[in-house]
Design a protein around this ligand. Structure first.
Ligand code: ZN
Length: 364
């Protein structure tokens, strides 16, 4: 057991050492330090909010079993977020989320005060910040994760790269792309929410608006802003990324801490992904899943192709003999059709088109 009288002030590396030495309090101290931030990210990323607690449990079960592999224990926080990333990615169906989630409080959750200076204590500010963050659910899963990790968690450099599971030199591009994808629609939303008094034309444009940021409203308002000096001025004072980062932190419902730590101390670790031996960070499972889908689709296309060939050959045997080229042509034609259909299905299933991120950004 550790000799430390308390773990509250211990550095992350000390907590890691204490856990590896068998100090049963260490994991609890790690949870108390990082649990709110991890839960807040999980709650925003999961399509079903109840899954956020399950994600937390799997993060801590995995962390408990693999902490000894983390080469630099001072990087514990980034490492936990890297595990969280994998736990989000491996939830079936989560990557195809089409509807925005409500980042308002859910059953039993509480919120911490926002951290942005200005007027963050006002209801209006918190509502706007919450809705701007909720609009993140309309982004691609990766853009949303980049926004969560960089804007809300403040991860940078190697920590951001390893938490996202990319090379450090890719990070700048990912953050830049996320900002490009989000700035126009989130700015439009901010202007729509705050600029109606200043611009009668905008007010008229938004008559009957239910305050949800649909793609249509976003485009209309953005176009109006381009042509309106008043609204351009309003836009220049809006800070959508700061609002995204300052939205109230969601904390887990009561009982989640006990459940998570109980599981982490007693459940067997069955983590389905490996850890990089050079730094101990988890391997990215997103690509493994994509590969699996490709393998399955290719196998299906191949089986159908073989079946078609056998059918055509059998038909040729029974019917009047036809030239060999006649049997080969429909067979290869069928294969191409199925292949391209499979391509479309897989591309659609993966949502990999970087030019068309999800743009449904409504929020209840
Ligand atoms: Zn205007």
């Amino acid at each position: 057991m550790s000799d430390m009288p308390t773990l509250d002030d211990a550095a992350d590396a000390q907590l890691v050492a204490a856990h590896l030495a068998g100090d049963g309090r260490a994991l609890g101290a790690i949870y108390d330090r990082s649990g709110d931030a991890l839960y807040d990210t999980a709650a925003a990323m999961m399509r079903y909010r109840d899954d956020a607690a399950d994600v937390m449990q799997d993060v801590f079960v995995t962390a408990s079993g693999h902490m000894g592999e983390l080469r630099d224990p001072d990087r514990l926080r980034a490492w936990l977020f890297a595990i969280l990333r994998n736990e989000v990615y491996r939830r079936p169906g989560n990557s195809r989320r089409q509807v925005a989630i409500d980042v308002a409080r859910h059953r039993g959750e509480t919120t911490l005060a926002p951290t942005l200076t200005g007027d963050p204590s006002t209801v209006e500010f918190q509502q706007l910040a919450r809705r701007v963050r909720g609009a993140g659910a309309g982004l691609t899963e990766r853009d949303q994760l980049v926004a969560e990790f960089s804007l809300r968690r403040g991860l940078t450099g190697n920590d951001l790269a390893d938490a996202l599971g990319v090379m450090p030199q890719q990070c700048y591009g990912l953050v830049h792309r996320m900002r490009q994808h989000t700035q126009r629609s989130l700015s439009a939303y901010c202007v729509a929410r705050t600029g109606r008094d200043a611009c009668p034309e905008l007010n008229e444009l938004l008559l009957g608006w239910n305050e949800e940021l649909s793609t249509l409203v976003s485009k209309r308002v953005a176009r109006h802003i381009d042509d309106c000096e008043v609204c351009r001025s309003t836009r220049s004072t809006s800070a959508p990324f700061a609002l995204f980062g300052a939205a109230p932190v969601l904390t887990a419902p009561p009982g989640v801490r006990e459940r998570v730590l109980g599981a982490a101390h007693h459940e067997l670790d069955t983590t389905p992904y490996g850890f990089d031996p050079t730094n101990g960070f988890p391997d990215v499972i997103r690509y493994a899943r994509r590969t699996k889908i490709w393998v399955v689709l290719t196998a299906i296309a191949l089986l159908v192709s073989i079946g078609t060939t056998i059918y055509v050959l059998a038909a040729d045997d029974q019917d009047t003999p036809s030239p060999p080229a006649g049997s080969a042509t429909p067979s290869s034609g069928e294969t191409q059709t199925i292949g391209s259909d499979a391509d479309r299905r897989s591309v659609s299933a993966l949502g990999v088109d970087p030019d068309h991120p999800r743009t449904v950004v409504t929020q209840r």
